[in-house]
Design a protein around this ligand. Sequence first.
Ligand code: ADP
Length: 386
Amino acid sequence: MDMNFTPPWPEQELSPDSLFGCLIRTAVDGIMVIDEQGLIQVYNAACVRLFQYAEAEVLGQNVKMLMPPPYRDQHDDYLTHYKQTGEARIIGIGREVSGQRKDGSSFPMYLSVGDGILYGKRVFVGIVHDLSALYQEREAYEAHLLNLREELVHVARVSELGQVSAGIAHELNQPLTAMLNYANAARRLAASGSDEDIEKVQSVIGKVAQQAERAGQIVRRMRDFLEKRASQRGCNDIVDIIDDAMALGLLGAKASNIQTHFEPEDGLPAVLVDRVQIQQVLVNLLRNAVEAMERSEQRHLTLSAKRQSEDRVEVTVADTGHGIAETITSQLFKPFVTTKDHGMGIGLAISKTIVEAHGGVLTAEPNPGGGTIFRFTVPADATASP
Ligand code: ADP
């Protein structure tokens, strides 16, 4: 304690059986009184619990010792400024600030400060309410929300792939059938036993391996797509992401006579995204485009990727389908808005959340020749090439 510290009021003022003594001793919130210079005059038991300093360690000391930097260094100037101008940041108002304990750790607190006169001297009375528990609850709640959001994104992804399951079965059947044919051919050739045929067997087995690789790739893409995982951003090649999304989203589309074009601009920078989530947006847009063209005469699906600005890449997916139904244009990106018999109406809502979480925008507009163009942007890392 500052040995020169003498409170400017009679000692009995704070005696245990006085009203004021009882109030500050029993208060659950911290109560402090500081003088015009910011020196602590009163520091109650709740403050001892909150800040870990004993009363004797703080009385007569500048209150800034209870604040973490940078506030600690600004407090004297702040007090002077307030006294000169009456302009208040906390005084008379109160707000959430940080306190610093004796061990150096900080904690959130609600501080309200009143401005008064005590025994002819100006004082400031601070009431400190500990917000740590509330913050912990808030953090837990936010983590819970984030978790729910990730669950929802994942469920939507599973549902998206569920819609192409027939296509997946078809796509896997092709290499499997080819492998079976090659294996039969190899068996026949091997049975003949001639040297020439053994060479052919080797080449046929090579083809079996190629087909197995192709089937494996389909399964790998599906597994990556379906895996439940926390969101993770990294440097990615947008062309790769679009290629993979096309391989998944357009499974079975060949059968519906859709002509696809994808012409990325040359020299695109790497994009800073969660690869699977952006794939999810694309798979959703591709599935919608394919469905919108089911009854169209012209079935053109055109994708593009171009640099929109120094730090943004824009991706478009354009179809020549029936266009957005007028009844839903204003609600297009709202959840549960669908015109399909078996639609869930969450694909676009989730895609929009994903794109916005990446700091981008997702929009739809009519395709001049009929159909719809969806556009979205993703952040680029101008310094990295993919
Ligand atoms: P769902 O596909 O389950 O209906 P979405 O959120 O993906 O859910 O799409 C919502 C609605 O938006 C669709 O039902 C459809 O009416 C409309 N829509 C989406 N994409 C297109 C498109 N490319 N062309 C026309 N309408 C579309």
